[in-house]
Design a protein around this ligand. Structure first.
Ligand code: NDP
Length: 413
């Protein structure tokens, strides 16, 4: 069997996925890594070659350009493109896949650069074209979305006749010992959490102010952590695929210090995503020129690089689904989760836990696709596939999960 993959991106998530791809060489027989900065791909390829003896080829590509992508894909002809760049590139990469007959996988849904807004409609609009072309696109195959969606599918398949209440709980109890840093791309991260909150109830979405709703939740092996209701993309597809769900919410923990910094960043205008004019000294020293910068992109340039957090990162993440529903006429609760240690992730891949928990599922989705287990024409969210083989792979590939039955889910209603 042939398994030729192209990984686009060479950041934290792509690095972890590349390690895992090399650890599964019986399925991934040929690997290329392409990104905007080729030197990063080359550095990663060297690490992979030293560690696994795998020959990985590299290329430079601007994934904002359909033309450049088409040239690369027509030349390399991968079976699957793993889009581990940024959400801005989803549509250009999907378009290039259609033009060249390649299958597609990503971990985050499309966002336009000039609007901090994400929803699946842009990518779902490609359904018919992928179906007609006999190609498969797997959307949202990271941890959340990704594993949380598979957890929900698994709960539905094995533990409930009807699921009614879904709460996805995401805790990072790690400490990177920096005053302020984000765990993945700072621009994407800050855009996500400064948005208004949103949750689903009785067929409609209810909007909240950013971080308005919060409560302490107890996480396994960690203890109580203040958790904030956020809008998160998997809710959008899960409530459609499981119409018995009456309420679906997403919670994420933040430390007080993080929130204080975030407040300052917003109040001084550094979270802005529109262009501002700035008088910069000319490179040749002959005075000044007016340049346009996006404050949040500038901030990203001065914040710690999430990829460099790993070495001193201790503690763990705990992400799971708390579900209440009915089975055989009786109400039950169910909590399924994974805890991931930042240090263990770092020792294995050189990256911290947040990149690890995203990159491993991306590899698993790709592996199941190449094995023909998760493969059907069209554009699909991960809960539309059989959760069982994915759950088994999680246990084998470094993200073991645990389940609790009929426990207190800590939500009053
Ligand atoms: P990084 O910023 O570390 O890496 C992004 C990579 O994409 C970089 O190598 C960057 O190149 C490359 N890139 C950016 N723009 C382009 C372009 N136009 N053409 C080619 N390459 C480009 O991000 P992460 O690894 O932390 O995150 C990767 C993805 O994973 C994001 O989409 C993020 O939203 C998603 N994610 C999903 C999670 C989930 O659970 N589902 C959780 C965490 C992240 P360069 O080095 O030149 O900048």
């Amino acid at each position: 069997m042939m398994g030729r993959v192209l990984i686009i991106g060479a950041g934290g998530v792509a690095t972890v996925a590349a390690h895992k791809v090399c650890q599964n060489k019986e399925v991934f027989t040929e690997i290329k890594i392409a990104s905007r900065t080729k030197s990063k791909c080359d550095a990663l390829a060297k690490v992979l070659n030293d560690k696994y003896g795998t020959q990985v080829t590299t290329a430079r590509v601007d994934a904002d350009s359909v033309e450049e992508l088409v040239a690369l894909l027509s030349d390399y002809k991968p079976e699957l493109v793993m889009n581990l760049a940024l959400p801005y590139q989803d549509l250009t990469i999907m378009e290039a896949c259609l033009q060249t007959g390649c299958n597609y996988l990503d971990t985050a849904n499309y966002e336009p650069k000039d609007e901090a807004h994400f929803e699946y409609s842009w990518q779902w609009a490609y359904r018919e074209r992928f179906e007609k072309a006999g190609l498969c696109a797997i959307l949202g195959c990271g941890f959340d979305p990704g594993v949380t969606s598979v957890f929900t599918a698994y709960a539905d398949k094995h533990h409930f006749d009807e699921m009614h209440y879904l709460d996805i709980v995401d805790c990072n109890a790690g400490n990177h010992h920096k005053a302020f840093a984000t765990n993945f791309n700072p621009e994407i991260n800050i855009r996500e959490i400064t948005q208004k909150g949103l949750y689903y109830q009785d067929g409609k979405y209810i909007e909240t102010e950013p971080m308005e709703i919060h409560m302490p939740l107890n996480y396994p092996n960690i203890g109580p952590k203040e958790s904030y209701l956020l809008h998160h993309e998997e809710i959008e597809s899960l409530v459609i695929n499981y119409p018995t769900i009456k309420r679906a919410r997403f919670w994420m923990t933040f430390g007080q210090q993080y929130l204080t910094y975030l407040d300052v960043i917003q109040n001084i205008g550094m979270a802005r995503i529109d262009e501002v004019e700035y008088k910069a000294p000319k490179a040749d020293g002959t005075g000044e020129e007016t340049v346009k910068i996006v404050p949040l992109q500038f901030l990203k340039a001065v914040l710690p690089n999430p990829q460099d957090l790993g070495q001193n990162y201790d503690g763990e993440t705990s992400i799971g689904c708390r579900i209440r529903g009915v089975r055989d006429g009786q109400e039950h609760t169910y909590y399924v989760y994974n805890n991931c240690s930042h240090q263990a992730a770092y020792e294995e891949t050189g990256m911290q836990g947040v990149s690890y928990t995203t990159g491993v599922p991306a590899m698993i989705g790709a592996k199941l696709f190449l094995q023909g287990v998760w493969s059907k024409p069209g554009v699909h969210n991960v809960e539309e596939f059989d959760p069982d083989p994915f759950m088994q792979q999680l246990n084998e590939q470094g993200l073991p999960w645990h389940e609790l039955h009929d426990v207190d889910l800590e939500f009053e209603d």
